[in-house]
Design a protein around this ligand. Sequence first.
Ligand code: KE4
Length: 425
Amino acid sequence: MQTKSEQLFATAVDLIPGGVNSPVRAFRGVGGTPRFIKSAKGARITDVDGNTYIDYVGSWGPMILGHADEEVVAALQRVAANGTSFGAPTELEVELAQEVIAAVPSIEMVRTVSSGTEATMSAIRLARGVTARTRIVKFEGCYHGHGDSLLVKAGSGVATLGLPDSPGVPAALAENTITLRFNNAQALEEAFAKHDDIAAVIIEPVVGNMGCVPPQPGYLETVRALTTKHGALLIFDEVMTGFRLARGGAQELFGIKPDLTTLGKIIGGGLPVGAYGGSREIMNHVAPAGPVYQAGTLSGNPLSMTAGLVTLRRLRDKAVYDTLENSSRRLCAGLARAAQDAGITTVTNRVGSMWTSFFTNEPVVDWDSANKCNREAYGRFFHAMMDRGVYLAPSQFEAAFVSLAHTDEIVDETIEAARQAFARI
Ligand code: KE4
């Protein structure tokens, strides 16, 4: 007897490429049939067959308050009744800009768009426009959305599917993207010695897209010094880490001031959103203030702005980050201990409430070390946990997320499930 998820997936694969609207959802990284989700509340999601799971994906980052937060839902219902999109400026966009600028010191001016991909694409174009240079630098295993210039040795779903790069990206464009090893300062130094036309270095300051990989001590400082020295803009892609690791993101945590920051996910509270921001001097190059063009029909729409504002205003209370730190630390300690007690070696990388349990026995500091992980073991663990009511990221090369709805009891329930899952595999 087929489950409803299996029936829906069989139908979906005929209508939608791979049956999904984003590749990582197809479970290719872990095998099996993706669960079609019917509803969610707090830390839990429920699939179309009525199975409920403790959710550590959280829509890949946005759901830091937990799912279907009452205040967010009520605000959306109120605002939707007044119309969902006007294609004209609204007060909500001014308020969201104020909220982002108040939280992220390096941002004096911000433009909102409808996805993280749009944010990074636009930031790259802006950097090229401002510097009149063409080359950009990114890092292996980092993923910045599916913009052509950035789909080169990317992480996340690209790494999960083992795609070297994506067909369709013209060589003439890809050759302008230099890809280096993350956490290797010398490689960046050599790239700047070799090329004097680097417009920007774009980096995930804490990588989420090869699994969670923190910067090594001093690395971000060196990246900042080198970009300043060589007149290249430093773009912190904080689509995942923004408002996740601290109210001011990774740049607050590590005390680094990038030239441009890209945001997404949390600032839309689960509605479509992206943003890019920086100094007035740089941002005033963006149309219509300046010549660098970028536009969007639904940019800054009332629903995304509303869900984002409710979420960001709840994150003004710094205590929320202490709560996330404590629950995440306890969770990861429990997971690591459960693996150890079952004689399974895992390496846990965690920064705040984003983490990854790598199935490997050596430190994971870059794509090469992440890529050595045992994906099959991760897949077995993923399914053993799902069988026990816990929904992890369906790929070894993704970060998982704790929300404010993950109470101590839920963390304990997760650790118990892990004890059984590790014993099982
Ligand atoms: P979107 O276009 O998916 O909104 O954002 C692209 C993006 C940009 N930068 C970073 C650091 C990101 O993590 C992302 C998107 N993250 C993935 C999860 N690893 C989204 C999930 C998916 O692709 O379905």
